[in-house]
Unconditional design. Structure first.
Length: 252
């Protein structure tokens, strides 16, 4: 079975680890290309976009793809929408591996907003020390609010100066731990955290750390994605593929 996995997340990596070496599945993993040096997976892989919906349709047909699994980031709305449209046009079944969003706990001080622009505006006019746990592609939005001092954590070291006037940069790759994120927020005297509701465990430590320190969090809600079949874990994806690899069903 030829399977295309739209990846770039820890969920996609877990799925790839489960199906690598399975002779019944011929899978290719597609990275968007935002991470400069992705870890090579144990299956075929490619980097970059497809050229919109039409390009993805052409790829699915040319590569004889039988199933598509969208395991992209919950905020990769354009890629996910393109996958929905392209799979419908190419008549290829699509399944989304979508982690559940984080839920507000009793001691969380969340201000939920619908966009990165709204998150930047929610910081207010008074200068604050802000931790941006949002990736590098949205920094220009916060550059329009230069009264704040920003702490930015990036996967790759930036090749050029950031657009932010006052900023410190930490280069680190998750998953992150509560103790480390709490120490980071304290060391940099952070007043407020900005985060996207990505869900999962890899980056949840900053939310736990903010809760422990009594810090407010500006939480960006997930974007709209067209309706599609979705599951929340790798085991459900394997069942959908018809190759449940759990020990019980193997007879081990």
């Amino acid at each position: 079975m030829r399977v295309l996995i739209l990846g770039g997340t820890a969920d996609a990596n877990r799925l790839v680890a489960e199906i690598a070496g399975n002779s019944r599945i011929d899978a290719v993993l597609s990275y968007a290309g935002r991470t400069e040096n992705p870890t090579p997976p144990p299956i075929s892989w490619r980097v970059g976009g497809f050229g919109g919906v039409d390009g993805l349709v052409d790829y699915l047909r040319a590569e004889n793809i039988a199933r598509v699994i969208d395991a992209t980031h919950p905020f990769a709305a354009r890629m996910s929408a393109n996958a929905v449209a392209a799979c419908a046009l190419a008549d290829v079944p699509l399944l989304a591996l979508e982690r559940a969003p984080w839920q507000r706990a009793s001691r969380d001080l969340w201000l939920e907003v619908d966009s990165i622009v709204a998150a930047a505006e929610a910081l207010g006019a008074a200068p604050r020390r802000v931790f941006l746990g949002i990736g590098r592609q949205y920094l220009d939005v916060f550059a329009a609010h230069p009264q704040h001092h920003y702490l930015v954590r990036l996967v790759d070291r930036p090749r050029a100066s950031l657009p932010l006037r006052e900023a410190d940069v930490i280069v680190a790759r998750g998953p992150f731990a509560l103790a480390g994120d709490r120490a980071m927020l304290m060391e940099h005297r952070i007043d407020i955290v900005v985060a996207r509701n990505a869900g999962g465990d890899a980056s949840y430590a900053k939310i736990e750390a903010a809760r422990a320190l009594g810090l407010p969090v500006v939480m960006v809600r997930r974007p709209f994605i067209p309706a599609r079949e979705k599951v929340a874990d790798v085991a459900a994806v394997l069942r959908w593929l018809g190759h449940d690899l759990t020990p019980t069903e193997r007879g081990v």
